[in-house]
Ligand binder design. Structure first.
Ligand SMILES: *Cc1c(COP(=O)(O)O)cnc(C)c1O
Length: 372
């Protein structure tokens, strides 16, 4: 494919940083882990960061550390990456899907309170595609009902709400570093929190539930191997050291698409600016207008592929997935999610994409939309 959907931005400094680790005897649980965690905590503005093997393991450890278990309910969006609901089910808790609002594609605060029951324990607030959710209202709801907030910032590292980085507002937050994210460690993730008890618990669960008591290695919990290697951490440190320029670059690509797509009336573009928020561009997702169906979208994706351009569909609602059939009361229970999810198209979006490629993608889309 000539123009991929995403592509990691790896430079010589990154390569050298990883290679240097291989010249040391420390390949796991070493100095790079501590340095990466310090840099992450410092960047997000939390007192603790615990680096782990993936964003999914970060979410799982948040659920475990908050004591969410059998039969507890957790409010989650359905328009999200499936790991959000899977992490709840790993602990036999119940994901309760709530609809989104169509401007930001984030959880609709209006609808959350109706979904709260005596069994509700937490809300997973996803900052979808890097757009900060309405944290003031969500935090208000959580306070009123005594719920925990897990902020899933896996698509939103560096995004800000009222001048403060997302991930630092909730009881606990998660970050992810898969190669399609804003910065990557290959595979990796992190839990960020201002709660030291939670951080200690997550740190222990990451490594088989071990707690150090003198020379005696006690396993106080049934934990996991969710460790991240020193190689991954070295890459993360190097990537994080230039995150400002990476996010600036992504912001300018979003602006290029915004202008190039202005004449295409069949497409709804994402908001470039939102009051009191700084977007961290994860992907650039447009939406087809209401006259288009999922079948039209599939045709556009196929035709773009013929032209050597990869588009993504982003996301199939979780409650419509076969693995979640028993958790969805009925079809069309989440009208906004179901309407929008049929019409989303993720465009090629990565740091090295050029203006000419943005123009080519936009022009091809214009032609194809006009042909339907
Ligand atoms: C990427 C992502 C994750 C974590 O993904 P991993 O592949 O496990 O690192 C979690 N939540 C959301 C919303 C994501 O986009």
């Amino acid at each position: 494919m000539r123009i991929p959907l995403s592509s990691p931005d790896i430079n010589e400094q990154d390569i050298e940083a990883v290679a240097a680790v291989l010249r040391t005897p420390h390949l796991s649980l070493g100095p790079k882990l501590l340095e990466f965690e310090d840099s992450l905590a410092n960047y997000i503005g939390t007192s603790n960061a615990v680096a782990v093997s993936s964003g999914t393991s970060a979410l799982h450890l948040c659920i475990r550390a908050l004591g969410i278990s059998n039969g507890d309910e957790v409010i989650v969006p359905s328009f999200a990456f499936i790991a959000v609901a899977n992490a709840v089910r790993y602990e036999r808790a119940v994901p309760v899907f709530v609809d989104i609002e169509s401007t930001t594609l984030n959880l609709d605060p209006e609808r959350i309170e109706k979904a709260i029951t005596p069994r509700t324990k937490a809300i997973i607030v996803v900052h979808t595609f890097g757009v900060p959710a309405e944290l003031d209202r969500l935090l208000g709801i959580s306070k009123r009902h005594g719920l925990s907030i897990i902020e899933d910032a896996c698509e939103a590292i560096g995004a800000k709400y009222g001048g403060r980085k997302v991930g630092s507002f909730g009881d606990v937050g998660t970050l992810a570093f898969y190669p399609n994210k804003q910065i990557t460690t290959g595979e990796g993730g992190a839990v960020v929190t201002n709660n030291s008890e939670i951080a200690t618990r997550v740190r222990s669960l990451r490594n088989q539930g071990v707690t150090v008591a003198g020379s005696w290695r006690a396993h106080s919990d049934v934990g996991y191997n969710y460790r991240i290697s020193e190689l991954n951490c070295a890459l993360g440190i190097s990537q994080l050291s230039r995150i400002d320029s990476i996010l600036d670059r992504r912001d300018s690509i979003a602006q290029l698409y915004h202008s190039a797509l202005a004449p295409v009336s069949e497409l709804r573009r994402p908001a470039l600016l939102l009051p009191d928020r700084k977007i961290s561009w994860f992907v650039y997702v447009v939406r087809l207008s209401s006259r288009f169906t999922a079948t039209h979208r599939d045709w556009i994706v196929d035709q773009m592929k013929v032209r050597g351009i990869v588009l993504g569909r982003y996301f199939t609602p979780i409650h419509l997935q076969p693995a979640y059939r028993t958790f969805s009361q009925n079809n069309s229970m989440l009208p906004v999610t179901e309407f929008e999810a049929q019409r989303t198209l993720a465009l090629p979006f990565f740091n090295q994409i050029g203006g000419e490629q943005v123009d080519e993608v936009s022009e091809s889309l214009r032609t194809l939309c006009a042909a339907i």
